[in-house]
Design a protein around this ligand. Structure first.
Ligand SMILES: CC(C)(COP(=O)(O)OP(=O)(O)OC[C@H]1O[C@@H](n2cnc3c(N)ncnc32)[C@H](O)[C@@H]1OP(=O)(O)O)[C@@H](O)C(=O)NCCC(=O)NCCS
Length: 188
């Protein structure tokens, strides 16, 4: 399980699994009467923090958020539950997977709102990243989530390299050629 030089303790996923349920009240709604996306993001950040801090045994900060696609609108009066667990650990960072569901208690229906991945970094008293415990994987799902998170991290690194390599031509003429077919007009 641990290498001989790894002196950090290991914790099971279950140690930090966290669920938050919140009632969607009218002040959370946007102009269209649905729940504001920012409310859900704030709740996701909160549950990610609780889960990460429990595992790390330390204060944590949000380093990045991997894709938040809102699959279904959430209505006022529904219960939103956020289920969080540690999917992956690095040295000082960990990935918390969050599944969000909304529940209409009158119709007894449950909808999957979204699933996202928050990378959190543990910090010490002097605000420096600090080593976190390893992870004990006890189920096939936990193993699958760890492997998927590891792969997402690799894909993100190569994606970043590709984005960094994007070049924009100096000449407007070349830009016009590049943008042919797009719904924009280069007014120069
Ligand atoms: C994220 C942060 C801690 C990284 O600090 P840093 O000095 O660059 O630290 P390092 O380069 O040593 O990286 C530390 C770990 O974070 C990970 N990391 C850093 N930036 C990351 C990013 N954008 N996405 C994913 N992981 C990241 C590194 O891979 C490393 O992981 P590992 O130790 O498990 O291998 C720092 O930039 C920070 O404090 N940002 C502000 C966070 C914050 O305030 N969030 C709330 C938003 S208001």
């Amino acid at each position: 399980m641990s290498s001989p030089i790894d002196v950090q303790p290991y914790k099971p996923v279950s140690f930090s699994e966290t669920v938050i349920t919140e009632l969607m009240i009218p002040s959370y709604s946007n102009f269209g009467g649905k729940i504001h996306g920012g409310i859900l993001l704030s709740l996701m950040d909160k549950v990610a923090y609780v889960c990460a801090a429990k595992h790390a045994g330390n204060y944590c900060v949000t380093a990045s958020i991997d894709t938040v696609d809102f699959l279904q609108p959430v209505e006022v009066g529904e219960l939103v539950s956020l289920m969080a667990s540690v999917n992956y650990v690095g040295k000082t960072s960990l990935v918390v997977g969050i599944r969000v569901i909304s529940e209409n208690i009158k119709t007894n229906t449950v909808q999957h709102t979204n699933t996202s991945y928050f990378t959190m970094v543990a910090k010490d008293e002097s605000n420096k990243p600090v080593m976190i415990p390893g992870l004990i994987l006890q189920t096939r799902d936990q193993v699958r989530r760890f492997i998927e998170a590891k792969r997402r991290k690799e894909i993100k690194q190569s994606y970043k390299q590709e984005v960094d390599a994007i070049e924009v031509p100096d000449e407007y003429e070349q830009c016009r050629d590049l943008l042919a077919g797009e719904r924009c007009y280069v007014a120069q």
